[in-house]
Design a protein around this ligand. Structure first.
Ligand SMILES: Nc1ncnc2c1ncn2[C@@H]1O[C@H](COP(=O)(O)OP(=O)(O)OP(=O)(O)O)[C@@H](O)[C@H]1O
Ligand SMILES: [Mg+2]
Length: 538
C-alpha cells in the first residue's frame, strides 16, 4: 500500500503538488497524467523516497519497485551479464555466486566438509525455487523483447533501449508490493508493450504508472490522478477520477464545455445590461432604472463562473530549409559491428530532395546505429555515404545524448547555431518559446529539465541548424499528447528530407514516408499504408 498525506512537492522553488491526499491499495491501478513539466516525475521521486516532501508525508508498506523515466544502469555493472542483473531484483544473483564458490572449493578440496557445504547450499537453492526463478526471469525478459542470447551478454554491450528493458525486467521480476513506473512503454515495441500491459493487468500489488501512452492508460489502469498545473506559475493540484483515461478526458471536456458556455452566457448578459446603463444612465429621468440595473450587474458578477483553462497548446513551425541538390544522400555497403558479428551489413539506399525514409526493424536491428553513423557520431565498419550538394543534416538523438546537461537551455541552443549565422537572443528565445519553454525556464540547467522538456529543447535546437535533412530517432517519446500533435503537424508541412525511426503509428501515418528501409537486411521499398502494421513492431 502507498499513501500520500497532505503531500506537497516543491521543485526549483515551485510547488508542483500542494497538499495531496490519496491512497493506492493492493490491486489498485493508477495512471498519473499531466502535461510535460507538470511535476509527475518529481512527485514520483518523493513517493519513492528519493526526494523529501516539502510538507506532509508518504506512508509505504511492503517492497517497493521504481522505474525512473530515464533509467541508467550504473556503469560499474557493465561487465555483469544482463540475466544476473535481472536476478539481482530478488537477490538471487548473490546466492548463485555463493554456490559457484562452494562448488569450486569442493572441486579443489573434495573433503567431506566442502562436499557437505556445497550439497546443502545447492539443495536449499533448488528447494527455494532458485532454478525456477531463473527461467521465470528469462521468460519475463523475453516478454519484454530480450531474447535469451542478449540476456547472456554483458550489460555494457547492450543498446540504450535494451538496457532500459533489462532494468524494467529486473523491477518486475523483484515482485514488489508497490510498483511506480515512469513512462514504461518508451522504447517498447508493440509485442513488448502488450506483454507489459498483460503483466500489469494481472499484477496483484499497488501500481502507479506515469504515461502519455493512451493504450496503456486505457487498458491497464482503473483510476486516473491528473496532476493539473496548467502553467509554469500555477500550483499543482491532484484531480482524481475513477475510470479509464479516455473516460476521464471526456468527463473533463464536458465540464470545460459546460462551464465555458455558462461563462459566455453570463458575460453576454452583463455586457447587454451595461450597454443599457450606459445609454440611459446620463438621463435624469432614467437614473433610478439605471441604478437598479447596476445592482443586477453586480449580482451577476458575483455569481460569475470561471471557465477552466483548457490545456495550453503549443504551435511549432520549422523554418524553410535552405536549397540543396536533387540528391540528398547516397549510402552504399554500410556495415556496423561492435566486436561481435555485424549488427547489419551491406546497407544501400539513396534519398532525393524532400523525400522521407522510414527505417524499420526489430529492437537491436541497428536503427540507432545507422542514424548515428549518418550523423557522424560514430563510423561505419565498412561502406560509405555521401550527402548531396549543400545538404546539412540535423540529428535528434533518442536519449538526448547531445544536450549539455550542466548548461542552460539558452546556451545549448546558442551552441547549435552554425558558424556564420547570427541569431540574436530574442530569436533564440522565440524558438524555445514555440515549444512552451519560456520565461525563467530558458536559464535553467538542461540536466534538470523534465523528459518532455528535454525532447522539446532538442527539437528546438534542430531548428537553428538550417538543415535540409533531419535524422530523427524516436522524436515523439516523452511528449504529452498536445505537444506530440504540434510537432507532428510542424513536420508534416516541412518540405525537407527526413530519415526517421519511430514506432508511433499515428506520427508515421501523418508524415507519410516515401520509402522504407528494412533493417538489418537493408531492403528498400516504397512506402504504403500496409507497412504501418510493421511500424508498431519496430
Ligand atoms: N532544479 C530545478 N530548477 C528549476 N526547475 C526544475 C528543477 N528541476 C526540475 N524543474 C522543473 O520542474 C518541473 C517538473 O518536472 P518533472 O520532471 O517532474 O515533470 P514531468 O511532469 O515528469 O514532465 P514530463 O512529462 O516531461 O516527464 C519541470 O518544469 C522542470 O523543468
Ligand atoms: Mg517525467
Amino acid at each position: 500500500m502507498l499513501q500520500a498525506q497532505g503531500l506537497s512537492v516543491e521543485v526549483g522553488g515551485r510547488l508542483v503538488v500542494e497538499r495531496a491526499d490519496f491512497t493506492v491499495m493492493a490491486r489498485d491501478k493508477v495512471g498519473i497524467v499531466g502535461r510535460n513539466g507538470a511535476g509527475k516525475t518529481s512527485l514520483f521521486k518523493v513517493l519513492g523516497g528519493a526526494d523529501e516532501p516539502k510538507e506532509g508525508k508518504v506512508v509505504r508498506s511492503g517492497g517497493f519497485g521504481y522505474l525512473s523515466q530515464d533509467p541508467r544502469i550504473d556503469a560499474a555493472l557493465d561487465a555483469r551479464s544482463s540475466v544476473t542483473h535481472v536476478l539481482s531484483g530478488r537477490g538471487i544473483d548473490d546466492e548463485i555466486v555463493r554456490i559457484e564458490k562452494l562448488r569450486i572449493a569442493m572441486e579443489e578440496t573434495p573433503d567431506e566438509r566442502n562436499v557437505g557445504r556445497y550439497t546443502r547450499a545447492e539443495e536449499e537453492f533448488r528447494i527455494s525455487g532458485g532454478y525456477g526463478a531463473e527461467s521465470e526471469a528469462r521468460s519475463m525478459a523475453a516478454g519484454l523483447g530480450l531474447p535469451t542470447d542478449r540476456l547472456d551478454m554483458p550489460i555494457g554491450t547492450l543498446s540504450g533501449g535494451e538496457r532500459r528493458r533489462v532494468e524494467l525486467a529486473r523491477i518486475l521480476f523483484a515482485g514488489s508490493d508497490v510498483l511506480c513506473l515512469d513512462e514504461p512503454t518508451n522504447h517498447l515495441d508493440v509485442d513488448a508493450k502488450s506483454w507489459l500491459m498483460g503483466f500489469l493487468r494481472q499484477y496483484k500489488g499497488a501500481l502507479l504508472v506515469i504515461s502519455h501512452d493512451l493504450d496503456l492508460l486505457d487498458e491497464a489502469i482503473t483510476r486516473v490522478l491528473h496532476l493539473d498545473r496548467p502553467a509554469e506559475d500555477d500550483v499543482g493540484e491532484i484531480v482524481e477520477y475513477r475510470g479509464t483515461y479516455s473516460q476521464y478526458l471526456r468527463a473533463r471536456a464536458d465540464d470545460e464545455h459546460r462551464l465555458k458556455r455558462k461563462a459566455a452566457v453570463q458575460s453576454k448578459e452583463i455586457a447587454r445590461l451595461q450597454g443599457v446603463v450606459d445609454r440611459f444612465g446620463a438621463k435624469a429621468t432614467k437614473a433610478a432604472m439605471a441604478h437598479s440595473m447596476e445592482k443586477r450587474i453586480a449580482r451577476l458578477e458575483g455569481q460569475r463562473v470561471r471557465a477552466p483553462e483548457s490545456a495550453r497548446t503549443i504551435a511549432v513551425r520549422f523554418p524553410d530549409p535552405p536549397p540543396c541538390g536533387q540528391t540528398v544522400i547516397e549510402a552504399s555497403g554500410l556495415c556496423k559491428a561492435y566486436g561481435g558479428p555485424p549488427v547489419f551489413e551491406d546497407i544501400d539506399f539513396d534519398l532525393g530532395r524532400g523525400e522521407r525514409l522510414l527505417v524499420l526493424g526489430l529492437n537491436g536491428a541497428g536503427k540507432t546505429s545507422l542514424l548515428r553513423i549518418l550523423a557522424g557520431e560514430t563510423t561505419a565498419g565498412l561502406g560509405h555515404f555521401e550527402f548531396g550538394y549543400q545538404v546539412t543534416a540535423g540529428y535528434y538523438a533518442q536519449e538526448h545524448d547531445n544536450l549539455r546537461t550542466s548548461e542552460s537551455l539558452l546556451t545549448n541552443i546558442r551552441d547549435a547555431v552554425p558558424p556564420g549565422i547570427d541569431l540574436g537572443e530574442t530569436r533564440l528565445r522565440g524558438l524555445l518559446g514555440m515549444f512552451g519553454l519560456s520565461g525563467e525556464k530558458v536559464f535553467q540547467d538542461s540536466g534538470t529539465l523534465s523528459g518532455g522538456e528535454k525532447t522539446k529543447l532538442a527539437l528546438a535546437m534542430l531548428m537553428v541548424g538550417r538543415n535540409n535533412l533531419l535524422l530523427l530517432d524516436e522524436p515523439t517519446n516523452n511528449l504529452d499528447p498536445a505537444s506530440r500533435r504540434a510537432v507532428t503537424n510542424a513536420l508534416v508541412d516541412w518540405p525537407a528530407a527526413l530519415i526517421l525511426v519511430s514506432h508511433d503509428i499515428d506520427f508515421v501515418r501523418q508524415l507519410a514516408p516515401t520509402k522504407v528501409l528494412l533493417m538489418p537486411d537493408g531492403d528498400v521499398d516504397y512506402f504504403s499504408d500496409e507497412w504501418l502494421d510493421l511500424v508498431e513492431m519496430s
